[in-house]
Design a protein around this ligand. Sequence first.
Ligand code: GDP
Ligand code: MG
Length: 440
Amino acid sequence: LSEKLGGILDRLTGRGSLSEADVDAAMREIRRALLEADVALEVVRSFTEKVREQAVGATVVKSVKPGQMVVKIVNDELIAMLGSDSQAIDLNAVAPVPIMMVGLQGSGKTTTTAKLARRMTQRDKRKVLMASLDVYRPAAMEQLAVLGRDLEIDTLPIVVGQKPQDIARRAMEAGRLGGYDVVLLDTAGRTTLDEDMMSEAAEIKAAANPHEVLLVADSLTGQDAVNLARAFDERVGLTGIVLTRIDGDGRGGAALSMRAVTGKPIKLMGTGEKTDALEDFHPSRIAGRILGMGDVVSLVEKAASTLDAEKAAAAVEKMRKGKFDLADMREQLEQMTKMGGIGGLMGMMPGISKMKNQIAAAGVDDKVLKRQVAIIDSMTREERKNPDILKASRKKRIAAGAGIKVEDVNKLLKMHRNMADMMKAVGRGKGGPMAGLAQA
Ligand code: GDP
Ligand code: MG
């Protein structure tokens, strides 16, 4: 029976929900897209399995095909997975704060060191010392020194014949004596993942006790990304990842692979060879690239906002006819909360921007919205329809029911009167709010 009821409801609201068959069909295509984007196989498997469970039974927005809805769900999950936690470089430690770069040779460690030093010096006004621990290629130390000269950022004087961990100790000492805020340690990579590189990195870490250990990885890294990130995280311990060569034509699957196996946040991205080509990580941009289905995603987003606009239009029509009662107001308040606060729904109705301003001026935030819904819920159906019948004693009881003061009930009733008046006024205006909605 409830199934039948659900079906009727779906038809009434123009929505349905995703069946297993819908999701499986769409998942095949999504799996292919992820593999093409070079997401590691094991990550593709676990990710699609997780999203599959979430997608089955999810609501489909009207005028959207089930497959398209799945793509949108996958996209949102990708974004959440790529960037749900703090991504800023953490400098909350006793100065000089040591930050260590690790990664394969040619991944962009030295360039990223200079980029980060530049950002911290110019934007964050920190005093930064850079040190190259690459004892294998004399040119590598010189490369960092040249970058430092160009940027007018200090580099640790080169002393030939020291071990990397000794250079790290010397760098920290110089950092303390010189009153530096941050010491950036640029380590030597190897062409492949090898034991040498890992034990060296571990020794440097033990010597300098870095506050951040950043894995610098080329965004073009394919299936190897998983082993790379896992090995560094297990042997050295990472605090974050920097993705370089985002300016290239790679699809960025490495980002998802590395994030999935280490759980460590992607903190920055390199977008070019120059020292100013460093940006905060943008999960949505990378998710879009990995999935490569941006058109579908924006289509679903548009359909979802149209649906809400239709609901809003129906509500406005009621208001225009002067039938805007507290039950309608409750619906509006809920919509506002759902759509990310006052900005959302009202923003879609240019005709009633005045009302939006008034609500904003009253200092109404999401918490207040929820409280107002609670007040309305404490009323009887009759009271919601016709708030004029509310007497002082009833207001007191309602206030107690919603856990607030009588004042708040009065405030709500006043807001309702204002909204209703304004709605009526707008409704009579030229074209009314409906004109704005048609364009939305
Ligand atoms: P390292 O061996 O890890 O120190 O790598 P390097 O910093 O020396 O970088 C190797 C090459 O990659 C250099 O030619 C850099 O200019 C280039 N590179 C580094 N990061 C980026 C980036 O974000 N975009 C582009 N296009 N090139 C980069
Ligand atoms: Mg280097």
